[in-house]
Design a binder for this molecule. Structure first.
Ligand SMILES: [Zn+2]
Ligand SMILES: [Zn+2]
Length: 298
């Protein structure tokens, strides 16, 4: 809640005119409580879980019907019907209503404790980006170790096996997991904002971007035009797909966002070996295809 009655009063307090964005924020948030603003995350998460994977459903349906997009599918032998994908969405929504939504409603005291602010001035773009980088790095490191723990015998059999039901992940399967895993993985999500608390808008952006990233990572497609390919040490869909492909025995590619933890702790050796092998096979096929006067290898 903003402690000023008017834009003029806020301008006086800041000693300058409000920017256009600050006026928009003032008009929207001045009479809303911080709890109400925090609960916007429920709506954002619902929209992201529902809408962001939709283009992937269309791509998968086109691929199943005509083979379009086959070249971008990481595990092309696996085809998901519309009803498979809808079942996954239905289960994710159940989890959303029973766990994620209520968790958002009751976790507000932690937001108060770490002092997420909702007033003016708004943070600069640089501040938002710097905090988001910190949040992603902290989440990635913490998630790596929790995920690795979930792959011990007890953790996998009791909890994590549900997330691995999809050996070839789909967008809707990003949050598909045991309720206990959903709760525990809330800790790395909150840890970054707890270390470097920012504005409510930064917090909204963080929650939204983290979920969109998880959906992309579970998309099952490696599109060459994906912009995240330009982010240094970014794992992406192919990287995490390997983790699901190997399944329960997987001791590889635990990281949720970047690749550096797996590299440092030596848990990407199987993946790198497999990637090198596939590259060699591809190059040899290309060579023999040329020698036989065949068409361009694809
Ligand atoms: Zn796993
Ligand atoms: Zn996964």
């Amino acid at each position: 809640m903003i402690p000023y009655a008017t834009v003029e009063e806020a301008s006086m307090a800041l000693g300058r005119n409000l920017t256009r964005l600050e006026v928009v924020w003032f008009d929207y948030s001045a009479t809303k409580s911080d709890y109400y603003l925090y609960c916007h995350n429920i709506l954002f998460l619902f929209l992201i879980f529902s809408l962001v994977p939709l283009p992937l459903v269309i791509v998968e349906s086109l691929r199943s019907a005509s083979g379009w997009f086959d070249r971008y599918k990481i595990q092309p032998k696996v085809k998901n019907s519309f009803s498979d994908m809808f079942r996954c969405y239905r289960d994710v929504m159940k989890m959303f209503l029973l766990v994620v939504g209520p968790l958002q409603l009751v976790s507000y005291p932690s937001i108060q404790m770490i002092e997420i602010r909702s007033g003016l001035p708004l943070p600069s773009c640089l501040e938002i980006v710097a905090q988001l980088v910190v949040y992603f790095l902290v989440e990635d490191y913490t998630n790596y170790w929790i995920h690795r723990f979930f792959h011990c015998k007890w953790g996998y059999e009791k909890i994590h096996h549900i997330h691995h039901e999809y050996t070839a992940p789909i967008g809707y399967a990003a949050p598909y997991a045991h309720w206990a895993e959903v709760l525990v993985l809330g800790i790395p999500t909150f840890l970054g904002p707890a270390i470097a608390p920012g504005h409510m808008i930064t917090f909204w952006l963080w929650i939204a971007l983290r979920q969109i990233e998880a959906i992309e990572t579970h998309s099952g497609y490696d599109f060459p035009w994906t912009l995240t390919k330009y982010i240094p040490f970014y794992g992406g869909a192919e990287y995490h797909d390997y983790h699901h492909y190997v399944g329960g025995q997987s001791q590889s590619n635990f990281a949720s966002v970047f690749t550096y933890c797996d590299y440092i702790y030596g848990t990407d050796k199987g993946y790198r070996f497999q990637k090198k092998l596939l590259q060699q096979i591809k190059e040899e096929s290309k060579k023999s295809n040329k020698q036989n006067g065949g068409e361009k290898f694809d």
